[in-house]
Design a binder for this molecule. Structure first.
Ligand code: ATP
Length: 264
């Protein structure tokens, strides 16, 4: 369970560039909820994820994860509960380490990592079993350096690393946006499968309304740091992309600042 109560965050406070990225935002996300997050550029989507992950502290409000108040916890401490996947496939893996060394590091999430990413024989079987369902043959390449992999392969590896030890919360920030359409579809399918199988509590930021409607059991739309639309599974299932846009216009009374949500 994730709960944000009255969270606000200003950047460049007191300056001419001051912006309220989160504006008294409250939301309760139940265990096992998979929430897709949409909104135009600058709506506060990444800020919401950053606030949960502890990239910065919110200026006001509180954040509770699984009953624990984490508002003042630094990012590294929250990392025991939270796994993240970013847009850039290069961010999630260490290129000079082998696939199995990367996975061995992921296996120790939340523990003291020690000096080297040593790989135990019994872990290799676990790694193969985690990689095999992706269908990219990575299970046969455990000793290859991650830097040799394509962007899509690295993002698949990142997804497996993020969930090798089941996180309490999985945060996906446009994690397929940098991939070609076919690879993006594969990683999206992998994402849905992992979240479903592990019954993860997850938030996924996307600019693609089709994906936002198709995946997950709840959809929120942000605008100017506030939640302007919050749809449950049933409502989501009944909506088409055009309906969603219409809802946005109706609520906001203005046009979307960018067309990427339409065109994606
Ligand atoms: N570290 C920061 N310093 C200053 N301003 C920031 C910072 N992070 C975010 N902002 C500002 O906060 C607002 C919300 O940004 P955020 O990145 O959360 O938007 P977003 O919805 O993720 O947008 P996009 O879809 O373009 O990625 C924007 O006006 C942005 O410029």
């Amino acid at each position: 369970m994730i709960e944000l109560q009255g969270c606000s965050k200003d950047f460049n406070r007191g300056g001419v560039n001051q912006v309220r990225a989160l504006d008294d935002l409250s939301i309760r996300i139940e265990d096992g909820d998979f929430v897709t997050v949409i909104g135009s550029n600058g709506a506060g989507k990444s800020t919401l994820l950053n606030a949960i992950a502890g990239t910065f502290r919110v200026d006001s409000g509180s954040i509770i994860i699984n009953g624990q108040e984490v508002t003042r916890w630094p990012e590294y401490r929250r990392a025991r509960l939270i796994a993240r996947v970013f847009q850039d496939p290069l961010l999630g893996t260490c290129p000079s380490a082998t696939i199995e060394q990367n996975l061995a590091l992921a296996l120790r999430r939340g523990q003291r990592r020690g000096l080297g990413p040593g790989v135990r024989a019994r872990d290799r079987q676990r790694f193969r079993e985690a990689l095999q369902p992706i269908g990219l043959g990575l299970e046969e390449r455990l000793q290859d350096r991650a830097g040799l992999l394509s962007g899509g392969q690295r993002q698949a590896l990142t997804m497996v690393m993020a969930t090798l030890v089941r996180p309490d919360v999985l945060l996906l920030d446009e994690h397929i946006a940098a991939l070609d359409p076919k690879t993006a579809q594969q990683i999206l399918a992998l994402t849905a499968r992992i979240i479903d199988r592990q019954r993860l509590t997850a938030l996924m930021v996307t600019h693609n309304m089709r994906h936002a409607l198709a995946l997950g059991n709840r959809l929120i739309m942000l605008h100017q740091g506030r939640i302007i639309l919050d749809l449950c599974e049933d409502e989501k299932r009944r909506l088409e992309v055009a309906d969603l846009l219409e809802r946005f216009y109706r609520i906001q009374g203005e046009e979307l600042a960018n067309d990427s949500m339409l065109l994606a």
